[in-house]
Each structure stands twice: as C-alpha cells, then as structure tokens.
Design a protein around this ligand. Structure first.
Ligand SMILES: CC(C)(COP(=O)(O)OP(=O)(O)OC[C@H]1O[C@@H](n2cnc3c(N)ncnc32)[C@H](O)[C@@H]1OP(=O)(O)O)[C@@H](O)C(=O)NCCC(=O)NCCS
Length: 184
C-alpha cells in the first residue's frame, strides 16, 4: 500500500478504500457539521452502510478510470480526503474536490495534497483541465482554488439545493500550460 508524504509534519496521502468504512465514519462524525455546511458528503456517509457504499462507488470509478479517492492521514488518523469526482481521459478534463475535519484545517493539508494530485493529473495522465466546483459561500474552498492558481470562470446560479436552500456554484479551473508555468 502506498503512502505519499505531504511534508515534515508527517501528513500522508493514502488510498481510501472500502475497508476504511468504519474509520471514514468516525472521521465524518468528528467533522459532520463543519464538512456539511456546503457539501452533501456527510449526508451520504451517514452510517456504516452509507460509508461503505460511497467508498465502493469510488472503487468502481477507479476501476473504470473515471475518478479517484485519497485519504489524508495526520498522526495516524484519517482527517480528510481528496478526490477526482469526475475524470474523463478522452477529453482531458477532470474535477477535483476535498474536505477536512475541522481540527485539521488551517495547515495547508488540502493545498499540499492537491499539488501532488494535480502534478500527477497533468504530468503523468496528460489531463488538460482540472475543474473546481465550489459554493459561492464557501470562502475557504475558494481560497484553495486561488492558492492552486485557478481562474474563476463563472457562476451556476442557484443550481445546488443543499439542506433546503438553493445555493450557487462557482466554477474554477487550471489548464495544463498554466500549471506547468506556475511555480509550485
Ligand atoms: C475547504 C477546506 C478543505 C479548506 O481547508 P483549509 O485548511 O483552509 O485549506 P488548506 O488545507 O489548503 O489550508 C490552508 C490554510 O492553511 C495555511 N497553511 C499553513 N501551511 C500551509 C502550506 N504549507 N500550504 C498552504 N497553506 C498553508 C494557509 O495559510 C491557510 O490558512 P488560512 O485560511 O488561515 O489563511 C475546509 O474548509 C473544509 O473541509 N471545508 C468543508 C468541506 C468543503 O467545503 N469542501 C470543499 C468543497 S468544494
């Protein structure tokens, strides 16, 4: 099993697989409210069956080369994750996403992890465009897009009903030549 170091604090990126269901649920329980403010993941990972089913959906995506899921571990504890929710090799377009439990925020874990994944997407897999879809109310995630050198392309107005409220989604992206030209 691989583990990619994210820095001197011991943070690691590792595969997040079906057998981690109980660990994922315990992590989600620590961050349920924080993570769920703008995204529906905690509602999907509501119990052990939900955790297993969601992890299974990413195992299926991985098998089809249609997506990927990685966990972030800090001090041996699962504290968050990074994913390619969409991955389309023929068009060279994918969409990345992320989450952290609150105790792990503010340390650059997601930005550091995404740099590794975007290097891989552009460098090894020949992707041309990585997208970032984010609620216009989600300041910390918009900051991640900025730190990765993404460009804000537009807003899908009130396209996402989340917990009874229609929210708007900003679309950000970075293209392969921009990624290669930037100093990471
Ligand atoms: C979005 C989310 C992952 C951002 O978390 P985050 O910790 O702010 O993001 P990063 O891991 O990139 O860390 C950046 C912070 O660490 C600091 N930092 C410390 N070391 C750093 C490093 N080596 N590199 C980058 N930033 C670093 C930055 O200054 C920044 O802190 P600030 O916000 O006080 O300025 C988090 O708010 C979250 O999980 N939200 C709930 C789920 C969610 O909304 N997901 C996104 C859906 S689109």
């Amino acid at each position: 099993m691989y583990a990619i170091s994210l820095g001197e604090d011991g943070a690691e990126l590792r595969p997040l697989e079906v057998w981690h269901a109980a660990e994922l649920l315990a992590h989600m329980d620590r961050g349920r409210e924080f993570i769920g403010r703008h995204v529906g993941l905690p509602d999907v990972v509501a119990d052990l069956d939900g955790a297993r089913a969601w992890l299974r959906s990413y195992a299926d995506k991985r098998a089809a080369d249609a997506g990927a899921l990685h966990g972030i571990w800090l001090d041996g504890r699962l504290v968050g994750g990074l994913l390619f929710r969409v991955w389309d090799t023929p068009s060279g377009v994918c969409e990345a996403g992320c989450w952290l439990e609150p105790a792990a925020a503010g340390r650059g874990l997601v930005t550091r992890g995404l740099r590794v994944l975007l290097d891989w997407a552009f460098g090894e897999r020949g992707m041309h465009r990585v997208e970032w879809h984010v609620s216009s109310a989600n300041g910390p995630s918009i900051d991640v897009a900025r730190r990765l050198g993404m460009t804000r392309e537009g807003v899908l107005r009130e396209n996402y009903p989340h917990r009874g409220v229609r929210t708007s989604t900003e679309v950000w992206s970075v293209l392969a030549p921009e990624w290669r030209a930037a100093d990471h």
